[in-house]
Ligand binder design. Structure first.
Ligand code: NAD
Length: 479
């Protein structure tokens, strides 16, 4: 069992003041993995004060020096890949092989990529007789969820650090192992004290960070409900805010789309990480006349998603993060079943491993586009197949939720798919199975959030623009 009962404040791991904890459990067995302390308002204050003290010197270092520190952190994390992959697999439930690549190695690449982009991205820009400077916003309060814990921390912290901000991070109370490893990596890399502070804790700890008057920017990834509350309080205090929230992303397949490829992408996306991904393609839109074809292909594809322990190499889909989350997802499945939808696979009565927080990969067919299942984020392994009659109707259905995080389009030609992609209101749209691009900006329209993470756009979230006007030349002045 691991105790996450220290916070990184001003470069030192400090014992937690409060006895309040969250217990975390191995998602595959239910046994207790560890206890996470709830940081207090006072501890948040100490962390913000440390970040404030560190800001003056950190923000004035050359960008290339800050980028070197960020590379140093990546080097330190690299030494712990296996341990972290196993830690996230146990906490979150992602099969180990995927956990190693997606939960650990890709974020480490992102630390490096952010460092590599920094100098060019933050250089002054000439605009007529003005010079534009990228000025670090100040102290960043970063609050992250559990589903891709290191990835979400990286998207905020690496970008904020190269931009010249100092940071107080409040990671998820359900998946703390990578946050602690990051703190250790930062100390080992010699990051100046106070530049990155980490306060473990729950919603109350997060709220204290949101409320702190010295935080200039709140960068939040999590549920839309919490994001809305954070935006409201940031609005009152006129703090900058960036929000990466939920999604209900559609995959639109036209009549001439290659159905096998569509099904491969949708099943891969929807059931990755047991459906616990904000950008999962959770709605498949198919022409009504092809419903039976897709139904058969989906039913077959899902049989290959062997459920089991994430540490077992035969496992293709693991459990969900917690008992409470499993129960929430199961309740949404039961509601779908009670509406008499066509249950193509899985469901609440499916056979499951004896222990742990499992849900069978579940597919409902002929889901009405306005129903709860087609509108609300499940955040579990549940796919809704929706039929349409015309492509215009398909576009309207795809755009017909409050969200707009991701989407995919498949058509017989790239041009046709691209024409449809341009009509979709989502932050990322994949055309005909195009692969993930970590340098592309990530973020949403509508209830999916505000702002973008990743690459150059992610760094720009953490700067203010200062325009300095130079006197025009005496020649022009006299002309
Ligand atoms: P959550 O909103 O419950 O919690 C996220 C974080 O916020 C946690 O660290 C939590 O302790 C903290 N928190 C909770 N209440 C708070 C409050 N009142 N004030 C300050 N902090 C508070 O979300 P979750 O269950 O951890 O994650 C799942 C959700 O995150 C899903 O809705 C998913 O779509 C979303 N998500 C979005 C993205 C994205 O990039 N768009 C990525 C991953 C997850």
């Amino acid at each position: 069992m691991t105790a996450y009962q220290h916070h990184l404040i001003d470069g030192i791991w400090t014992a937690a003041q409060s006895a309040e904890i969250t217990r975390i459990h191995d998602s595959a067995s239910g046994t207790e993995l560890g206890q996470v302390a709830h940081g207090t308002r006072e501890e948040i204050h100490l962390a913000v004060r440390a970040a404030k003290n560190a800001f003056a010197s950190w923000s004035t270092l050359p960008v290339s020096t800050r980028a070197d520190y960020v590379r140093g952190i990546a080097n330190q994390l690299e030494e712990q890949v296996e341990q972290l992959a196993q830690g996230v697999a146990a906490e979150v439930g992602m099969p180990l092989k995927l956990s190693r690549r997606i939960q650990v190695q890709m974020p480490i690449l992102a630390w490096r990529a952010t460092a590599d982009l920094a100098v060019e991205c933050l250089a002054d820009v000439a605009l007529g007789h003005s010079t534009l400077n990228h000025v670090p916003v100040g102290i960043v309060g970063a609050i992250t969820p559990w589903n891709y814990p290191l990835h979400q921390i990286t998207a905020k912290v690496a970008a904020a650090l190269v931009a010249g901000c100092t940071v107080v991070l409040k990671p998820s109370e359900l998946a703390p192992c990578t946050a602690r490893a990051l703190g250790e990596a930062a100390v080992a890399a010699g990051l100046p004290k106070g530049v990155l502070n980490i306060v473990m804790g729950d919603a109350t700890t997060g709220q204290a960070l949101v409320d702190h008057p010295d935080v200039a920017l709140l960068s939040f990834t999590g549920s839309t409900a919490v994001g809305r509350r954070i935006a409201a309080s940031a609005g009152q205090a006129l703090k900058r805010v960036s929000l990466e929230l939920g999604g209900k992303s559609a995959c639109l397949a036209t009549a001439d789309a290659p159905a096998e490829s569509v099904v491969r992408q949708v099943v891969g996306s929807c059931f990755l990480n047991s459906g616990q991904s904000c950008n999962s393609l959770t709605r498949l839109l198919v022409p009504i006349e092809l419903y039976d074809t897709y139904r058969a292909l989906l039913a077959d594809a899902v049989t290959r998603l062997t459920l089991g322990d994430p540490l077992d190499s035969a496992t293709r889909m693991g459990p969900l993060v917690s008992a409470a989350h499993r129960d929430r997802v199961r309740a949404m499945i039961v509601e779908g079943e009670s509406q008499g939808l066509d249950l193509i696979a899985g469901g609440s009565q499916a056979q499951l491993p004896a222990n742990g927080y499992f849900i069978a990969p579940t597919i409902f067919g002929r889901v009405p586009p306005r129903s709860t299942l087609a509108q609300q984020e499940v955040f579990g392994p549940v796919l809704s197949v929706i039929t349409y009659e015309t492509e215009q109707q398909a576009i309207d259905i795809a755009n017909g939720t409050a969200y707009g995080l991701a989407a995919a389009v498949w058509a017989g030609t790239t041009d046709h798919a691209l024409t449809l992609a341009r009509q979709l209101r989502a932050g990322q749209v994949d055309v005909n199975g195009a692969p993930y691009n970590p340098a592309a900006p990530f973020g949403g329209f509508g209830d999916s959030g505000l702002g973008r993470e990743g690459g150059k756009y992610g760094i720009e979230e953490f700067v203010e623009i200062r325009a300095i006007q130079m006197p025009v030349s005496s020649a022009r002045e006299t002309a």
